[in-house]
Design a protein around this ligand. Structure first.
Ligand code: SF4
Length: 489
């Protein structure tokens, strides 16, 4: 019987099936460590330098473990592009080389799947010519897609304005009450994820569900025997975002748009609510203007003295209060109206929470970001280690974290402390490349001064940064703060 080392060796199946494959001792070693962690239900932090081939180093043991032990494995990647690459390229290659029949599935967040119900609803809406053209392409594609993953339709970019109109959010999905539930692409994707031996997700989807944001993946978690996170250095930042709370102009505008469609279809005689919707849209625009013209990220406290913003905030809150009270009596006239009312209640509560609460002392940082037309308000926890660890303890499985950048030198303390997994085994493998001979370093002249992006590694660097008056960004927070004191007490 072939060992993992043989499989990834110069005469193994990978070398036979993958053009240009080169056996590397670092890859073989990491694959063995991964196999051990899987078999023993352990936590492993694995840093592997560039060129190690870490994807195969975890895919080979993961596929064999799933096949031989009849176990379910979840692999999470940093981005949707990496997710697609893993699912469409690396997984089929390794499966074929190993000759295993392990079933695999790809699951993304619901915003990545066409929603039949919203596609029907968009018919009655006025669209700009560019959006009408995109809608026509979406309809043609609907005739040939089997999974409804919008990444398939390359002719319509992922940030095209038509997509939010024809994909669902947890707020506007009708769930089991949907008239086209049996055709729903989100439901189909979840079913195939449920049935698969190896499931590929991304960190955002994983944390959205861990934080009970109902992307419909949460119900899969109890059945998973091993979690593997690639690009694991991103986990603390992504976790902070999802374990916090946020409110955006997009959510508010979508509420206004959907509520108007619901009123027009379910309660045409309700004139007052139409006026409240218009008022909300105006309040969102005014609030954005009050945050200033530039696009930026900043602490909410930096706007304390802004009188215009204080008024705009009051107006926004008041417009949500008014819309909610107008929608409440209409909620029983239709499912759409009932959902819009509940969404309005939720957004009103979130804005109220943001306006009234949150401070460093309570373990939460309040900050905001502005885009050309939109904004988002965030309440981000300073510490996520306890929360993350509680989920690890709840799922008695193997937990494997890998990336090319997890340690500081040989020390994994920073990463493991952030996630509350200080008791995990940690290993690192150097790159097989001889950088002195195989790499060239170009340093452009006239680079701007250094900005630290990284580590809470002691006061000296922090003080040096502060003394030079530079902006500093850090892993501790996913955003830039103008003063280091905010995150480095
Ligand atoms: S169940 Fe939700 S996502 Fe699926 S088609 Fe209906 S509204 Fe859209």
């Amino acid at each position: 019987m072939q060992t993992i080392v043989d499989i990834l060796g110069p005469d193994g199946p990978l070398a036979k099936h993958v053009p240009g494959f080169a056996a590397r001792s670092q890859q073989q070693d990491m694959a063995e460590a991964t196999a051990r962690a899987l078999e023993n239900n352990e936590m492993l932090i694995a840093e592997a330098g560039t060129g190690t081939g870490k994807t195969y180093a975890y895919l080979v043991p993961a596929l064999l473990y799933s096949q031989e032990c009849d176990r379910k494995v979840m692999i999470s990647t940093g981005t949707k592009n990496l997710q697609d690459q893993l699912f469409h390229r690396d997984l089929p290659t390794v499966r074929k080389a190993l000759g295993v029949s392990t079933s695999v599935a790809l699951l993304k967040g619901r915003a990545n799947y066409l929603c039949h119900h919203r596609l029907e609803k968009v018919e009655g809406q006025r669209l700009r010519p560019e959006q009408q053209d995109q809608l026509a392409r979406v309809r043609t594609w609907l005739g040939r897609t089997t999974c409804g993953d919008i990444a398939e339709l390359g002719a319509v970019p992922e940030d095209a304005p038509i997509w939010p109109k024809v994909t669902s959010t947890m707020d506007n999905c009708l769930g089991g009450e949907c008239p086209v539930y049996s055709d729903c692409f989100v439901v189909k994707a979840r079913k195939s994820a449920q049935a698969a031996d190896v499931l590929v997700v991304n960190h955002h989807l994983f944390f959205a569900d861990l934080a009970l944001r109902d992307e419909g993946f949460g119900e899969l978690l109890p059945g998973i025997n091993a979690f593997i996170f690639d690009e694991a250095h991103q986990l603390p930042d992504v976790a902070s975002t999802f374990f916090g709370s946020n409110l955006s102009a997009r959510q508010l505008n979508e509420l206004a748009r959907d509520a108007l469609v619901d009123v027009l279809t379910e309660a045409r005689d309700a004139d007052a609510v139409q006026a409240s919707i218009t008022r909300l849209e105006k309040a969102v625009r005014d609030f954005r203007l009050a945050l200033g013209n530039d696009t930026k990220r900043a602490p909410w406290a930096s706007m304390d003295d802004n009188v215009v913003l204080a008024t705009a905030t009051e107006d926004l809150l008041e417009s949500l209060v008014r819309l909610e009270s107008d929608l409440e009596p209409l909620a029983e006239r239709g499912k759409g109206l009932e959902r819009s009312w509940r969404r309005c209640l939720d957004l009103k509560a979130r804005l109220g929470q943001f306006v009234n609460g949150g401070s460093d002392e309570q373990g939460v940082i309040q900050w905001f970001e502005t885009h050309v037309r939109g904004f988002a308000l965030h309440m981000t926890p300073l510490e996520i280690s306890e929360t993350f660890r509680s989920h690890v303890d709840k799922h008695k499985s193997a937990w494997i974290f890998t990336s090319a950048t997890l340690a500081v030198g040989d020390d994994f303390t920073h990463f493991s402390r952030e996630l509350g997994i200080e008791d995990a085994h940690a290993r690192r493998w150097d790159s097989p490349f001889d950088f002195a001979k195989q790499a060239l370093l170009y340093v452009p002249a006239a680079l701007p001064p250094t900005q630290y992006t990284g580590l809470h590694d002691g006061g000296d660097r922090r003080r040096a940064t502060r003394d030079r008056g530079q902006r500093r960004s850090c892993l501790f927070s996913a955003y830039q703060l103008p003063r280091a004191e905010h995150c480095c007490p």
